[in-house]
Every structure is written in structure tokens, then in C-alpha cells.
Design a protein around this ligand. Structure first.
Ligand code: IPE
Ligand code: IPE
Ligand code: MG
Ligand code: MG
Ligand code: MG
Length: 294
């Protein structure tokens, strides 16, 4: 087993345990809401955002309890974004992580509320992070910016507005950097903010790495929507074309999109060149981002 595979397996167990601990138990009222929140968060997903938090923490020597809280808060925001993304008024997708989407397993109102519950829980978890008050405020600021209308939510609005439209590469890049890149970037910046100022060279290098893989991640998601299968993805294949989404393959074609992921990967690796072998897990995640098949 490679060191990265071992790291991945260990950290998946660690994040699942942390999330299970933070989510209210199913027997606590309102039971159906808590059941829906747990259903859409636990035992599923690649946990790439959590991996990025732990890998950045490994590089910078951050204690595990703080990393558990940061990783949980970002995975909670991500789980909420997926529930809302699948709603009939958004992407209208019935399958997520190989199971019926939240609004199918429960109902639409429960899915909306489960998303709301996860988003607010994320910030509650961040307030319990073992760090100084100033560091906590920084983390809360970074995650709220990445999640909100200037970040993920804004990107989702752009995505919906662009359905059926023909847009430029610059516009699609902007959309992807917001809807997916912003939250992925926060995995690195929250941890880096515990050690550096935003103006420090190391912080800027790490942030640039994060921006490159955040964009590459969504380009690969677009490619897989065309080339993979519903069973491998655990979500409906071909949905982008069906909904007339603007994606990289729809504008550039598959080959050029694949080349772009490779360029972004190389740029991400270059951004890490001043770091020693402690950054290897980040290097491995960059490779995973563009070679993943689900
Ligand atoms: C899916 O994210 C939504 C995008 C931002 C592309 P992931 O591919 O990380 O989904 P999970 O968490 O592994 O299910
Ligand atoms: C979703 O992008 C980005 C989010 C913020 C959830 P997609 O709509 O392409 O994600 P999938 O393909 O449904 O996972
Ligand atoms: Mg979407
Ligand atoms: Mg979708
Ligand atoms: Mg997609």
C-alpha cells in the first residue's frame, strides 16, 4: 500500500468519526430532519475536502483536533451544497453518492431544511476549534466568504443562469472558480491561516495550489459527466448535456479539457516547489484530482 493510500484510508475513518460526532443523533427531535442531515453527510463521498485539510495540516504541523473541526465544517457545507444542488428547482437529480438524493429519500421541504441545518452546524463546529479567538474569527470569515454569494452560492447562481446559454471560456472559468473552487480553496486557506498571514509567501503559494486544483476538480467533474457511468459516479451521468449546462467539454471538447486538467495539475505542483516532502500528500491529491474516475 502506498503512503498516500494509507493516509487516505486513515483520514476517511477520522473524518467519518468526527462528522458522526458533530451531527445530532437520529433520536433527537426533530427526528426526520436529523435523520436527513445524517443520511446526506455520512458514509459517502470521496472526502477530498477533508483530505486537503489533513494534508495541509500535515505539511504545517497543525494538531489533529483543530483539523478535525475544520475538515468537518467544510464537509458539512459541501454536503449541504449537494442536497440543494440536487433539488428539482436546481439540477433536479435523483441520485447522489449511489443513493436516492435527499429530497427523494425524504421530501423537498426536509431536504431544504437539512441543507440549512448542515450549513449552520458547520459554523457552530468551527467555533469549537482549538485555536485562539482571532484564529477562529479568521476561519469563520474565510469559510463564510467561500460558501456565500461571493463564493459557492454565487457560483451556483451563475451556473443556473447559464443553462441553455453559450458562454466564453473566461465566464465558465469564473463560474467554476466560484461554485467549486472557492470551497476547495478554503480547505487550504483555513489551515494555512493558523500559521501564516495572508500576505506571506508560503500562504500565497498554497492558495495558488488550491485555486489550480479547485478548478481542475470541476473540469474533471465535467469530463466525467460525459465519459463515465451512473454506477461509477453514483450520480446521473449525462446530466449536464441534458440540462444544457455550460461545461468545459461542451465548449472546448474532451481532449482540450483533459489537457487543461494536466496544465492545472502541473501549475499546482509548481506552486508547491518551495515545500519539502511534507507536501507530498498535497502533491498526491493534485494527481488524484485529475485522474479520479468518480
Ligand atoms: C461533487 O463533489 C460536486 C462538485 C463540486 C463537483 P465531489 O465529487 O467531491 O462529491 P463527493 O463528496 O465525493 O460525493
Ligand atoms: C456542483 O456542480 C457544485 C456544487 C456547489 C454542489 P455540479 O452540479 O456539476 O455537481 P454534481 O455533478 O451534481 O455533483
Ligand atoms: Mg449544479
Ligand atoms: Mg449537479
Ligand atoms: Mg457535475
Amino acid at each position: 500500500m502506498t503512503a498516500f493510500k494509507h493516509f487516505q484510508d486513515t483520514k476517511i475513518q477520522q473524518i467519518e468519526a468526527a462528522l458522526a460526532h458533530h451531527l445530532p443523533a437520529c433520536h433527537i427531535e426533530p427526528k426526520q430532519l436529523h435523520e436527513a442531515m445524517r443520511y446526506s453527510t455520512l458514509n459517502g463521498g470521496k472526502r477530498i475536502r477533508a483530505m486537503l485539510v489533513y494534508a495541509t495540516g500535515h505539511l504545517l504541523g497543525v494538531q489533529q483536533p483543530a483539523l478535525d473541526n475544520i475538515a468537518s465544517s467544510i464537509e458539512l457545507v459541501h454536503a449541504y451544497s449537494l442536497i440543494h444542488d440536487d433539488l428539482p428547482s436546481m439540477d433536479d437529480d435523483d441520485l447522489r453518492r449511489g443513493k436516492p438524493s435527499c429530497h427523494k429519500a425524504f421530501d423537498e421541504a426536509t431536504a431544504i431544511l437539512a441543507g440549512d441545518g448542515l450549513l449552520t452546524l458547520a459554523f457552530n463546529v468551527l467555533t469549537k476549534t482549538e485555536c485562539t479567538d482571532e484564529q477562529k474569527i479568521n476561519c469563520i470569515q474565510l469559510l463564510s466568504q467561500a460558501s456565500g454569494s461571493r463564493g459557492m452560492v454565487g457560483g451556483q447562481a451563475i451556473d443556473l443562469a447559464n443553462e441553455g446559454q453559450s458562454i466564453s471560456i473566461a465566464e465558465i472559468e469564473n463560474m467554476h472558480l466560484h461554485k467549486t473552487g472557492a470551497l476547495i480553496c478554503s480547505c487550504i486557506t483555513l489551515v494555512a491561516s493558523l500559521k501564516f498571514q495572508a500576505t506571506d509567501t508560503q500562504y500565497r503559494h498554497l492558495k495558488h495550489y488550491a485555486e489550480c486544483i479547485g478548478l481542475a476538480f470541476q473540469v474533471q467533474d465535467d469530463i466525467l459527466d460525459e465519459t463515465s457511468s451512473t454506477s461509477a459516479l453514483g450520480k446521473t451521468q449525462g446530466k449536464d448535456k441534458q440540462s444544457e449546462k455550460s461545461t468545459y467539454p461542451s465548449i472546448l471538447g474532451l481532449k482540450a479539457s483533459k489537457l487543461l486538467t494536466e496544465d492545472l495539475h502541473n501549475e499546482a505542483i509548481l506552486s508547491l516547489s518551495s515545500f519539502d516532502q511534507h507536501a507530498d500528500y498535497l502533491r498526491d491529491i493534485a494527481q488524484f484530482t485529475i485522474s479520479r474516475i468518480s
